[in-house]
Design a protein around this ligand. Structure first.
Ligand code: DOR
Ligand code: ZN
Length: 347
C-alpha cells in the first residue's frame, strides 16, 4: 500500500548547533518542507540577530539535493526570558524569518535555566506578540518540585495558561507537545487562537515504555510519557480532523552517553523516521486519511503560511530502523532504533 500526501512541516524541532547540524538537518530536510526551530541553545537564542545567524548555520547544513528539490526552510524562534524587551518583538516581526517566541518555564527542561521565572514579568512582551500576531509557543509544565511530575502540565494550565489567556484573548498560543487529556480538553475549550502540537512518542507510547524490563532512557523526554488513558486522548485529538492539533516532533537528540548515565538528558530523537512514526500511529487508529491535514495543512494555516505544494510518498513495508546514527561525541539512538517500522518514506 502507498500513501502520497502533501509534503509535511515539523512545527517543533531541535537541531542543536555547529557540528551537530550536519547530523540532524538532513533527516528533517529529507521529509519536511519547513520546521520551527527551537531556540534552547547554550546560551539561548534571545535576539533576532542571533536567530538570523543560527538560521544561516542551519541552511549551510542542508544537503544540496534537498536545496534543489524540497527547499527546506528553517523557521526561527526566540527564547523568552524575564528580560526580553517588547521592542525585540517588533524587530523579530519585521525580520520575516522569526516566526514565534518560545516560553520555557525556568528549570523545566533542557537548557531552560535562562527561562521565565514568572510569566507576569513578560506581559509587555505578550502584548507585543498579540499586536504583531506572532505566536507564543509554550512548554506547558510548572517547575515546582512540590508538584508531581505527572501533574505538571495540568497545573500549568490552571496557574499560568488560563490567566495569560484571560489577559491576552487574541494572542496566538501553541501548547507544545501536549501529553494529557487535560491539555486536549483545554485546547478544545479555547477558540481558534489556541492550538497544540503532538509528538510521535506521545501518540505511540505510554509511561510503561520507560520501565519495560528495566529503565529505558531513550524513552525519556519532557513532558514525560503519561498513562494509557492520556495517550488515547491524544490519538483521538490527532486523528479527529480538528485543525487545532498538528504535527510537531520535538525531536531532541542527545548523544548516547548523555542518555545512558546516572542523570540522563531528556529528549527523544525521532527525526530520521518522524513521518513514518506518525504514519504508524494514524494507521493504528485506522485514520491514515487524516494524516495529511494533521501533518501538512493545519500547522501552516495556524501560522498564516502557505500550504506546501509538492508531495511525499510513503509505502507500507517493514524495515529495520538503524540502532544508532553518528552524532557529535559518539552515536545517538533514535526512537524505535533496531526495531521494525511498518511504514517507509520513499526517497
Ligand atoms: O525532552 C525534551 N528535550 N524536552 C524539552 O522540552 C527539551 C528537549 C531538548 O532540548 O533536549
Ligand atoms: Zn522541544
Amino acid at each position: 500500500m502507498k500513501l502520497t500526501m502533501t509534503r509535511p512541516d515539523d512545527w517543533h524541532l531541535h537541531v542543536r548547533d555547529n557540528d551537530a547540524l550536519k547530523y540532524t538537518v538532513p533527516f528533517t530536510a529529507r521529509q519536511f518542507s519547513r520546521a520551527i526551530i527551537m531556540p534552547n541553545l547554550n546560551p539561548p537564542n534571545t535576539t533576532t540577530q542571533q536567530a538570523l545567524a543560527y538560521r544561516e548555520r542551519i541552511i549551510a547544513a542542508i544537503p544540496k539535493k534537498n536545496k534543489l528539490h524540497s527547499q527546506f526552510e528553517p523557521l526561527m524562534t526566540l527564547y523568552l526570558t524575564d528580560n526580553t524587551a517588547a521592542a525585540e518583538i517588533e524587530t523579530a516581526s519585521k525580520s520575516s524569518y522569526v516566526h514565534a517566541v518560545k516560553l520555557y518555564p525556568a528549570g523545566a527542561t533542557t537548557n531552560s535555566d535562562a527561562g521565565v521565572t514568572d510569566l507576569k514579568k513578560c506581559y509587555k512582551v505578550l502584548a507585543a506578540l498579540q499586536k504583531h500576531n506572532m505566536p507564543l509557543l509554550v512548554h506547558g509544565e510548572v517547575n515546582d518540585p512540590a508538584v508531581d511530575i505527572f501533574d505538571r502540565e495540568k497545573v500549568f494550565i490552571e496557574t499560568v495558561l488560563l490567566p495569560a489567556r484571560q489577559a491576552f484573548p487574541e494572542l496566538k498560543i501553541v501548547f507544545e507537545h501536549i501529553t494529557t487529556r487535560d491539555a486536549v480538553d483545554y485546547v478544545l475549550s479555547e477558540d481558534h487562537y489556541t492550538a497544540a502540537t503532538i509528538t510521535p512518542q506521545h501518540l505511540l507510547y505510554n509511561r510503561n515504555a520507560l520501565f519495560k524490563g528495566g529503565i529505558r532512557p531513550h524513552y525519556f523526554c519532557l513532558p514525560v510519557l503519561k498513562r494509557e488513558e492520556h495517550r488515547q486522548a491524544l490519538n483521538v485529538a490527532a486523528t479527529s480532523g480538528n485543525a487545532k492539533f498538528f504535527l510537531g516532533t520535538d525531536s531532541a537528540p542527545h548523544a548516547k552517553n548523555k542518555k545512558e548515565t546516572a542523570c540522563g538528558c531528556a529528549g527523544i530523537f525521532s527525526a530520521p523516521l518522524a513521518i513514518e512514526l506518525y504514519a504508524r500511529a494514524f494507521d493504528e487508529n485506522n485514520a491514515l486519511h487524516k494524516l495529511e491535514a494533521f501533518a501538512s495543512f493545519y500547522g501552516a494555516d495556524f501560522y498564516g503560511l502557505p500550504r506546501n505544494t509538492d508531495t511525499i510518498t510513503l509505502q507500507k513495508k517493514d524495515w529495520i530502523v538503524p540502532a544508532s546514527y553518528p552524532f557529535v561525541d559518539g552515536p545517538v539512538i533514535p526512537l524505535h532504533g533496531g526495531e521494525t517500522e511498518s511504514w517507509q518514506l520513499l526517497s
